[in-house]
Design a protein around this ligand. Structure first.
Ligand code: NAD
Ligand code: IPM
Ligand code: MN
Length: 349
């Protein structure tokens, strides 16, 4: 089998800390298996702005396009907030250039983590849903976009075909889950949401085995907290998915536990935690590496079909949590390194 190329964008602030942690786990978990890979590091985000004046240099984009999968930790932070170009622009550009239109953000409750959640255990019971976030359109990319002292404009637009393909991702996922798709929108106000409902309704005819319902985003924000187990697959627009996924992470105890996968029509997928660069805790060695480790686990599963290695990592993380090797965001006292060491210790074989 061919050596797999993994493009690594280690990013800013806690980015390099959790990437290092994740790659350490990947290395040990892949040892003595037939899975062979090589890491290619590329400058990205704030680091790339400092070195090259732009967040997504040509070399980085090309390296990502030529890879089998891309790992990204997190970019951005106060160091660049007042600069002309922002690291976040690079993130939007890479998603757009690679056509990564579907972003999958899981919310699964682990028993120990449930204790760390501010939400009551009985409310969390049975919670297992994914947010399918549209990632390359909507208000993030619509034109015109303008900003001057007296007026600012953002444009939210969706083409029917863009809605159709993200709806299909949601339905297909649901097929292997609880067969229930919830479209989250603001169809009582927004034209784009009205189009979403129309398209969703049409596509749902092809998936008669799957239940579809609709929920306004304001009510959905409430229901994610009060009835989180009433969801299976949430399909939603770019901005709504961004906000609701950070909210949903609270159910699992911490934002620092949630991985994600971004998929396009073709080409490599990108795996990244849903959180940002956590400048408030960077350099202290206490960032939760679980989001990054689970992003790598997702990569092994989805891009490389290396289910054994992925399962091994998943169970090792599970055990580490059970033994309460937890970073401060989960109420523990463990450092990033201690968590990683424990995960590695819990790997089988
Ligand atoms: P953030 O997600 O970085 O942090 C929010 C809070 O969660 C902070 O208190 C942080 O300490 C905590 N947190 C996040 N990840 C953690 C982890 N792994 N372990 C422990 N605690 C963790 O959001 P923010 O502070 O609003 O944004 C910081 C920067 O990150 C901004 O520049 C933002 O644009 C950027 N950002 C980047 C990405 C990305 O690269 N995909 C995503 C979101 C935000
Ligand atoms: C995320 C982030 C990004 C987004 C920002 C940093 C551009 O919040 O990946 O969730 O809004 O998509
Ligand atoms: Mn976000």
């Amino acid at each position: 089998r061919r050596m797999k190329k993994i493009a690594v964008l280690q990013g800013d602030y806690i980015g390099p800390e959790i990437m290092h942690a994740g790659l350490e786990v990947l290395k040990l978990a892949s040892e003595n298996t037939s899975f062979k890979y090589r890491i290619y590091n590329y400058p990205f985000g704030g680091e790339a702005i400092d070195r090259y004046g732009e967040p997504l240099p040509e070399e980085t984009l090309k390296g990502c396009q030529d890879s089998d999968a891309i790992l990204l930790s997190a970019i951005g932070g106060p160091r660049w907030d007042k600069k002309r170009v922002r690291p976040e622009t690079g993130l939007l550009e890479i998603r757009k250039h690679l056509g990564l239109f579907a972003n999958i953000r899981p919310t699964m409750i682990n028993k120990v983590l449930a204790e760390k959640s501010p939400i009551k255990a009985e409310v969390l019971e049975g919670t297992d849903f994914v947010i399918v976030r549209e990632l390359t359109s909507g208000i993030y990319f619509g034109k015109p976009r303008e900003l001057d002292a007296k007026l600012a404009i953002d444009t939210s637009s969706y083409k029917a075909e863009e809605v159709e393909r993200i709806m299909r991702v949601g339905f297909e996922m649901s097929r292997h889950r609880k067969k229930h798709v919830t479209v989250v929108d603001k169809a009582n106000v927004l034209a784009t949401s009205k189009l979403w409902r129309k398209v969703a309704e049409k596509i749902s005819e092809e998936y008669s085995d799957i239940k579809i319902d609709y929920c306004y985003v304001d009510a959905a924000a409430m229901k994610i907290i009060t009835q989180p187990n009433s969801f299976d697959v949430i399909v939603t627009a770019n901005l709504f998915g961004d906000i609701l996924s950070d909210e949903a992470s609270v159910l699992t105890g911490s934002l620092g536990t949630i991985p994600s996968m971004s998929v396009g029509v073709r080409g490599p997928s990108l795996y990244e935690p849903i959180h940002g660069s956590a400048p408030d805790i960077a350099g202290e060695g206490i960032a939760n590496p679980i989001s990054m480790i689970l992003s790598i686990e997702m990569m092994l599963r989805e891009s490389f079909k290396e289910y054994e290695i992925a399962n091994n990592i998943a169970q090792a993380v599970e055990k580490t949590i059970e033994k309460r090797f937890l970073t401060p965001d989960l109420g523990g006292v463990a450092t990033t390194n201690q968590v990683v060491k424990e995960v590695i210790k819990n790997l089988k074989g």
